[in-house]
Design a protein around this ligand. Sequence first.
Ligand SMILES: Nc1ncnc2c1ncn2[C@@H]1O[C@H](COP(=O)(O)OP(=O)(O)OP(=O)(O)O)[C@@H](O)[C@H]1O
Length: 372
Amino acid sequence: MFFSGRAKKPDAVIQFIAEKLASYFSVEAADAISWCALNDKQVTVTFPFACKTQWPAIEAFLQQALNGENNGEKYSGMSVTLNQSIQSGQTLKPPVTNVRNIIAVASGKGGVGKSTTSINLASALLQEGATVGILDADIYGPSVPIMLGNTTERPQTADNKHMQPLKAHGLVANSIGYLVPAEDAAIWRGPMASKALAQLINETLWPVLDYLIVDMPPGTGDVQLTMAQQVPLTAAVVVTTPQDLALADAQKGIAMFNKVNIPVLGLVENMSYYQCTACGHKDYIFAKDGGQALAERYGLPLLGALPLNTSIREHAGNGKPLLVSEPDHVLSDAYRDMARAVSMQLALTVPESQHGAKHIKGDPIVFNPVDN
Ligand SMILES: Nc1ncnc2c1ncn2[C@@H]1O[C@H](COP(=O)(O)OP(=O)(O)OP(=O)(O)O)[C@@H](O)[C@H]1O
C-alpha cells in the first residue's frame, strides 16, 4: 500500500491540505475537507465555487506547503490538481431547466448601480470559470441590452414558443428590452410585469449555467415581492450606496427576501468613495462605511465595495463590460474578488438542492463561453 512506512495516512494528507485551504479562504477546515480527494500520490481539490483566476496561486501555495515545513519526506512526490464543480443550491420552487443557481441582484432604491453590478458580477463569475447567464428582470427600465451592446438583436425562436438567449461577451442573456419597445413595458401593471418575467425565465432555452444573474427592478413593492416569490431564486445580493437613504431602502430589500425565505448572500456597496486620479485622495462622497455597518447589523458579509469611477460608468454605457474591455484594471480585480465572495458564500451557506441534477438536461444551444 502506498501509505505504509514513513508516509502519512491518506486522511492526514487531506487534513493537511484542508487546513491550508482553510487558512487561504478563511473558512473552517471541516468545510475544506469535503473538497479534497486523494488518488495515489495526487490530491485533487474540487472547489464548489468559482475561483479559477486564483488557481495558479493556490496550486503554488499548496505545493510549497507539501514540500515545505519539513514535509518533504512525508509527502514526497505528492502533487495537487485543482478543479471546480458548482452544484445547485436548494430553492423553494422547482428549478429552471439547465440553471444550477439563480441569483437575484436587488436594491431597495433606484439608481444605486444594481444593473452595473449585475453585469460586472456576471462577467467576473465567467472569468472565474463559471458558465453564466444574465436575465434582465428590470421590466420598467431594462439596461442589460445597452450594457451588452446588442440593443438591435432579437432572440430567435424555432417553434414560436421558446427563445434562444442572445450571446454577448461569453454570457447568455435575455431581457424584455429585446422583445418589446421600452414605452410598452413601462405602462405594464404588476401582474403583467410578473407574467413577462415568468415567460422570460421559463421560455428561454438556457444552456447549462452555473449561475443565472437576475437584475431585479429597483424597489421592494408588490411587483418585486411577486417576482421574488415566483422565480426559483437560490439567493439574493443586495446593492446599496453608503448614504442613509439608500441604506434604509436596502434594509427593506433584505426584509423582503427574508419574508419570502430567500437567503441573502450579502451586501455590495457601490459608489463607496471617489478616488482622485491626480493625488489618490479618497473622498467618501455618500458617507463612509454605511454598507459595512448595515452588513454587520444583519450579520451579513460585505461582498464588495466599488468606488464611483469613470471607467465603471463609461463601460456600462458603451456595451462592453469593464471586465471585458480592461480585464487587468484594478476594478476588474475588485469585481472578481466580489464574484468569488458571492460564489463562495452561496456554496458554503445554501444547502444543495434535493432535486440533484435532474433539471440539468444538456445544452439546448451551442454555448461557447469565449464567443463575442
Ligand atoms: N461605481 C460606479 N461608478 C460610476 N458610475 C456608476 C457606478 N455604478 C453605476 N454607475 C452609473 O450610475 C448610473 C445608474 O447605474 P445602474 O443603471 O447600474 O443603476 P440601477 O440601480 O440599476 O438603476 P435603476 O434603478 O434605473 O435600475 C449609470 O449611469 C451607471 O453607469
